[in-house]
Design a protein around this ligand. Structure first.
Ligand code: 8IG
Length: 276
């Protein structure tokens, strides 16, 4: 059985195996905090300094082999200074999306691995569309809550996990104390890969949503179900469909991410020491 077959048969066992492999490779028995860096966020990790370890994610149990573009996610380990002692951060550059059609297991394998590796806090970052018309491109927004329009869950069986405080109030307060200009919003998970129609964005706004994207929600649920505390931060990289009348394009997303990278990096570097 290959490790990707094992991922579907025994997701938590495979996550434990991946965590053990990370422990061996990094020489770090226990990591404290995990970061998943979405599109537009990869530049922000530069603020954390040099990693003590890096490899291609697919070298670790359960992570899928690279896709056709030859892109592979990276896994890194960082030794950071926290306010109450050293912090070991496990950083995933890139993620698997539900729209890739491989099911939920690969989508949430990083965060399950992180929790099995010891992480108590999981920071999920993403780039997203702004539904709330007050949002500007390049603005980071803390996720306060979500709406799953895929209704797809990473959980299987009678795991009736409570999601009342999914995006930790405690952590949001710490982040807002670091930057009091930060807004909070409700994030919608849209399967994609097509963006929404203007009518769908109107529907989402009517439902109470501020942000829309194609990630984060399954990972938040899976990590929280294993007991981790979640911080979700979205970078608004485009106005959602119909908001400005402009068409959406991926280049705009990349450019907005690049422009915001140093602010996002400073924010992460500022809050991480305070989280544990
Ligand atoms: I970046 O406008 C990014 N990701 N669903 N809609 C959805 N996902 C996105 C969008 C968007 N922008």
């Amino acid at each position: 059985m290959t490790s990707s077959e094992a991922l579907y048969k025994d997701p938590l066992g495979t996550a434990q195996k991946a965590a053990d492999e990370i422990g061996e490779r990094t020489g770090v028995a226990k990591h404290d905090i995990a970061l998943v860096m979405g599109s537009g966020w990869v530049g922000a990790v530069d603020a954390l300094g040099n990693p003590s370890y890096e490899c291609d994610a697919h070298e670790i149990a359960g992570f899928l082999p690279p896709t056709v573009e030859g892109h592979s996610g990276k896994v890194r380990s960082y030794a950071l200074d926290g306010d109450t002692g050293p912090i070991r951060a496990l950083v995933f550059l890139g993620r698997t999306h539900y729209y890739e059609g491989k099911g939920m297991e690969p989508v949430v394998h990083s965060v399950r691995t992180a929790v099995k590796a010891g992480c108590k806090v999981v920071i999920l970052t993403n780039a997203c569309g702004g539904i709330n018309t007050a949002y500007k491109v390049g603005q980071p927004v803390l996720i306060r809550d979500h709406i799953s329009l895929t209704a797809a869950s990473p959980l299987i069986g009678a795991d009736f996990v409570d999601l009342t405080d999914l995006y930790s109030k405690r952590i949001r307060a710490i982040v807002k104390a670091e930057d009091d200009s930060l807004q909070e919003g409700v994030y919608v998970h849209w399967r994609g890969p097509a963006y929404e129609t203007p009518a769908e964005i109107l529907m989402m706004r009517t439902l109470g949503a501020d942000l829309v994207g194609m990630s984060t929600v399954p990972e938040a649920i899976a990590a929280h179900a294993l007991g981790a505390e979640i911080l979700g931060i979205s970078l608004v990289t485009n106005a959602a469909a119909g908001v400005t009348g402009e068409k959406l394009n991926h280049e705009e997303v990349i450019a907005a991410g690049k422009a915001a990278a140093s602010r996002m990096g400073a924010l992460l570097k500022g809050v991480i020491p305070k989280l544990l």
